[in-house]
Design a protein around this ligand. Structure first.
Ligand code: SF4
Length: 403
């Protein structure tokens, strides 16, 4: 009885998968085949990896016609979960073996995550006022790479892994928020922000052919379909395993940078750590608290009073907290290097901060670099001072500053 029931469930799942794939084929036939040049914005996470490998299978099996050119852009933030970075490398090797052009897209040195924080002194991003990371390490490098490609191709279609499940069919709204559990950071931005980027505007269309896929189908594809010879023999099971294997759907971890300061919890990393093969990555759990600590006033400077912006206007927030002190940056650098060294002494090595990045961070600190609008003679952010309001009025300290 159990076996019969099991096979009924299995075959109904297969039917649902086939329906989802059929809808994807219809979406590609309706919107993609008219374009000569296709690109895929891939970040190594679950949705974009499912999109990439499914499209490869649809092309290889002749279910959709081949475009004149196909370029896969891998968004390498340098902050990927190690098992995902390894899976991405294997998939890139396979793509290249099949003659597919793959470009690895990275932010320029001074804009990379750690160089920007520890070298230039910009505090780690947060959900409120300072979310600089997605645009800087994902969207801007991608639009630069696409702009370069458009110089040759003229126009192109950008395929993204945006996925909304059934709600997409109801309201056709694309969520930009990727701080939610289960989401893949960056894909909504590629879908919505990228087509309007300078240098690209008007020359790319975007398409999300897995928009309607339910998350269980994404896991099913990555874990059980794509790795088989029939569907392309892709190294995608590792991605599903990193997110909890068959329990991935319940765990519903967000896909993005390791230790992402915008996520509530390091769910993906904690899930990976349960696998003995990856237990040596445990020191990565120290990244999130480090980011939190670096945002504290004692590690930053602040404006002493009214802050005039470049255009002469007065900033909304007088006495706002700003960049990291040099001491904080050096402490941060030492801690990240210690985390990396500890991991590399106990298992397959990681490379979240390489020698070139380290030396650039040290150079920027030695050059006494401050972000635009700061010159370093501002007071420490934990200095007790009179309060200055935006209208210029000052409320003196109640008891005066004590020596
Ligand atoms: S995953 Fe987190 S840290 Fe990485 S770009 Fe997205 S929001 Fe920023």
């Amino acid at each position: 009885m159990g076996a019969i029931q099991g096979s009924i469930f299995a075959s109904s799942k297969r039917l649902q998968m086939t329906d989802s794939i059929d809808l994807t084929v219809q979406s590609l036939q309706a919107h993609a085949v008219e374009h000569d040049h296709w690109c895929i914005a891939w970040s190594g996470g679950k949705d974009s990896s499912a999109t990439l490998t499914l499209i490869m299978w649809l092309l290889d099996s002749g279910r959709i016609p081949r475009p004149k050119s196909l370029t896969v852009f891998y968004a390498d933030t340098r902050m990927e979960l190690p098992p995902l970075a390894i899976a991405a490398r294997q998939i890139m090797d396979d793509l290249r073996e099949r003659g597919i052009e793959v470009q690895v897209v990275r932010a320029p040195m001074d804009k990379r995550f750690f160089v920007y924080i520890l070298g230039r002194g910009v505090p780690p991003p947060n959900n409120n006022t300072l979310r600089w990371c997605t645009r800087q390490i994902k969207v801007d490098p991608m639009s630069a790479a696409v702009e370069h490609m458009l110089g040759i191709a003229g126009k192109a279609l950008m395929i993204t892994g945006v996925r909304q499940g059934e709600s997409a069919i109801r309201d056709a709204r694309i969520e930009m928020s990727c701080s939610k559990d289960g989401a893949e950071c960056g894909q909504g931005w590629y879908q919505q922000v990228l087509p309007n980027a300078k240098g690209v505007r008007g020359r790319i269309a975007t398409l999300a052919p897995l928009l309607h896929w339910r998350v269980c189908h994404v896991w099913e594809w990555l874990k059980h379909w794509a790795p088989t010879a029939e569907f392309g023999d892709w190294s995608t099971a590792m991605i599903a395993d990193a997110y909890g294997g068959d329990e991935a759907e319940e765990i519903n971890a967000r896909t993005g940078c390791v230790g992402c300061p915008l996520a509530q919890e390091d769910t993906a990393l904690k899930t990976v750590l349960q696998n003995p093969k990856w237990a040596h990555l445990e020191p990565l759990l120290r990244l999130k608290p480090l980011y939190r600590e670096l945002r504290e006033p004692r590690h930053r400077i602040k404006k002493a009073g009214l802050d005039r912006l470049k255009d002469g206007s007065i900033a909304k927030n007088p006495q706002r907290m700003g960049p990291l002190t040099f001491e904080a940056r050096m402490t941060g650098l030492d801690r990240v290097l210690a985390i990396q060294a500890e991991i590399n002494a106990h298992g397959p090595s990681i490379d979240i901060l390489d020698a070139e990045e380290e030396s650039r961070i040290r150079e920027l600190i030695a050059l006494k670099t401050w972000p635009d609008g700061w010159d370093g003679d501002e007071p420490l952010a934990d200095t007790v001072m009179d309060t200055v309001y935006q209208n210029g009025s000052v409320q003196p300290l109640l008891f005066g500053a004590t020596a």
